[in-house]
Design a protein around this ligand. Structure first.
Ligand code: ADP
Ligand code: MG
Length: 180
C-alpha cells in the first residue's frame, strides 16, 4: 500500500470466533492495546456478541473484575474505572425520530468525548453515518450458535502491529491479503 504523507490509510480485518470466551479475548487484546482516547462503534443483531466483546475490552482496560458488564439498555451509558475510563453506551432504544446528534447531546456525549477515555457504543448503526467519528468500527455477524464473524475497520494509520498480532492470534476469515 502506498500512502502519501498526511493521507489516512484505513485497515480492515475479518476474524471468526467460535465461543463467547474467544470473543472476550478478542476484546481484551484490543483493550490492552488502547493507550489513548478511543471511540469504538459496535453493530450487529441482538445476541451477536456486542456486550460479550465489551466484557473483554473491559478486561484489557483493567476494569476491576468485580464490575459486571451488561448492556446498559436502560441507563444508556455506564461508566467504569480502568486504565482509561470506559464509557459503555447502548443506543438500542434510540431509533428514528430525533436526530442522533441531538440524542447524543442529550445523553451527555460531549462530556465523554472530553474525558480521556474509551467510548464503546452498541447499536452505533442507529446513528447517521459519520456521527460518532469512531476510531474503530466493529460489525458482528452471527454464523451459528457459537460462531461469529467480526469485521474490524480501523480508521487511520498505525495499527499494523496490532493487526498482525490479531492475525497471529485469531482465525482470519478473509485471507485475501496474502502478506502474513
Ligand atoms: P448483544 O450485546 O450483541 O445483543 P450479547 O453479547 O449480549 O449480544 O450476547 C451474545 C450471546 O451469544 C451470549 O449469550 C453468548 O454466550 C452467545 N455467544 C455464542 N457464541 C458466541 C461468540 N462466538 N461470541 C460472542 N457471543 C457468543
Ligand atoms: Mg448488548
Amino acid at each position: 500500500m502506498n500512502v502519501q504523507p498526511g493521507e489516512q490509510a484505513n485497515e480492515e480485518i475479518e476474524i471468526t470466533t467460535r465461543s463467547p470466551e474467544e470473543t472476550r479475548s478478542l476484546g481484551e487484546i484490543l483493550g490492552r492495546n488502547i493507550n489513548q482516547k478511543t471511540t469504538i462503534s459496535l453493530s450487529g443483531d441482538l445476541g451477536a456478541g456486542k456486550t460479550v466483546f465489551v466484557q473483554g475490552l473491559a478486561r484489557g482496560l483493567e476494569v476491576p473484575s468485580d464490575y459486571t458488564i451488561t448492556s446498559p439498555t436502560y441507563t444508556i451509558v455506564n461508566e467504569y474505572p480502568g486504565r482509561l475510563k470506559l464509557f459503555h453506551a447502548d443506543l438500542y432504544r434510540i431509533s428514528g425520530g430525533i436526530s442522533g446528534a441531538a440524542e447524543l447531546f442529550d445523553i451527555g456525549f460531549e462530556e465523554f468525548y472530553e474525558a480521556n477515555g474509551v467510548i464503546v457504543v452498541e447499536w452505533a448503526n442507529r446513528l447517521a453515518p459519520g456521527e460518532l467519528k469512531e476510531d474503530l468500527a466493529v460489525s458482528i455477524s452471527t454464523v451459528d450458535d457459537l460462531t461469529r464473524t467480526f469485521i474490524l475497520f480501523f480508521y487511520g494509520r498505525g495499527k499494523t502491529n496490532l493487526i498482525n498480532l490479531l492475525k497471529k492470534t485469531f482465525e482470519i476469515s478473509n485471507p485475501d491479503n496474502p502478506e502474513t
